[in-house]
Design a protein around this ligand. Sequence first.
Ligand code: FAD
Length: 563
Amino acid sequence: SPEWDQSCDVLVVGSGAGAMTAALRAHDLGLKVLVVEKSDRFGGTSAISGGGIWIPCNHRIAALGGQDTAEEAIAYIRAVTNGEVDDGRIEAYVEHGHRAIQYLEMNSRVRFEAQAAYADYYPEVPGGKPGYRSMDPGPFDARELGEDFMRLREPSPGTLMLGRMTMTMKEARVLLCRGPGWVGLTMKVMWRYWRDLGWRLRSRRDRFLTLGNALVAALRASLKDRDVALQLECRLEKLVEEGGRIVGAELVHQGRSLRVETRCGVILGAGGFERNQAMRAQYHPEPSRSDWSATPPFNTGDAIRAGQALGARTALMDHSWWAPTTHVEGEEKQRALFVERNLPGCIMVNSAGERFVNEGAPYTDIVYAMYGSNREGATSVPCWLIFDADYRHKYPCGALLPGYAMPDSRVPAHLKSYFHKADSLVELARAIGVDEAGLMRTVERFNPMAEAGSDLDFHKGDSLFDRYYGDPSVTPNPCLAPLVKAPFYAVKVDAGDIGTKGGLLTDVHARVLREDGAPITGLYAIGNSAASMMGRTYPGAGSTIGPAMVFGFRAAEDLHAQH
Ligand code: FAD
């Protein structure tokens, strides 16, 4: 048709891990694919993430000495999602997840390793496992990407050693608590970085890619192998429907309108609406701010709104992949506190100085608790992470490196406002506007429990999950130590997120559904553009990118089957 500027079989909107998996599968099924990305970098939040995926019954479990069954996985997801997600999507995920990942490993540059010791987030729930289901991307050599490397979204500063050098998840975990071999490992990470001498003269970016960067780069390189086009700075504005089916899309490419005909359909993988303040105000609990998010600034709900404009149904719009985050002066996005809460020698308190949650709980649950207990006189949005001098010396906390590597006297100027410090708990409470007597009472109660290794109030460190990021050298409970040594510190914690999880309601094939439950022909949504199949919970590390990739894979297959 002369009115179209361009034509393809499948338009994939977004360039996160889910979108690129969909593009790869669609191409391999013989479809002509165009991938469009709004920003001038590809990879989305997927690129700055840990890149972990949660895949029950994955093909690496047996070799690691573990076992898993579809029945157990389904029972577990059902239990933790509390009956809020239809069985069909749960079953589809468990059935197709390992197949999709094996397909990628056999047909592309993508590689994963299963993490034997990374427990599900609720390992004590029936069907829960002490490990094996979470998989990390294998490291990836940026040279395989050629010039496109400079178009890959940069990793989160929090995942880099000294703000530059990449680490695998395994390496980061050893360094976190200076586990056995940490000195040698530090040298290794530095050597890996500095031996790339020619490149060092050109860029400070490490070419040894890990985590989300490795995953996204491997996917992008695999698409390049296939000559699948990726158009950067190209934003979806509107979907074009004719006779009840999607026939194309209106885009804006570098400020100019671009109309693309889509002979088979559109797969929306354009992330959630975490960076759209108006949508947060409309859907989220109060208060909710887009600048508390740990995500890049481009996911503004465009795809969700384009679907809504066609009468698509949404779900879970008041939920997010919540995570406590902290603000770092001058950074584009906030830093999520994934591990620091689990370490011994810290507590989280509200403005009354009271604890209100198990600090070692999964990040999503922390923010649910922040909202759940937020009340006048005992504000928990925001709340405070409080720790003592021992903790400060031994462990990193958000943007602060451990004191042994970055003593207070050497904290850079832009981090001076990141934390509060005082010689006593009373002075600290006064400085941050927290009730002094309340904080004293809390610490007096907490300290003997911490010594004894048993948190009678919130059970920190009881779960295998809490202990994964504890300090194994601390006994009897690797997540508990009293706060005794002055000075004392406080870091303000916001009710942030690592993406929203409400979006277009989809079926087992990732097809977008109308208000009446009928699918919109040719329209698919995956990742955070779709309402999560994990309900309001977070079953295990990789529960957001896992489904994004698996349903991206499924969407491509269904789209192909329809043609
Ligand atoms: P994205 O990966 O964000 O991709 C969406 C893309 O669409 C973006 O590039 C965006 O620019 C583009 N886009 C937006 N609007 C348009 C438009 N109109 N037109 C064209 N393109 C558009 N989850 C896990 O499962 N495992 C982890 O290990 C993990 N670690 C994390 C660590 C951190 C620090 C953070 C912040 C998050 C982490 N997450 C993790 C969460 C996870 O990264 C995200 O939930 C997930 O990547 C979202 O995937 P997506 O495909 O929906 O969106």
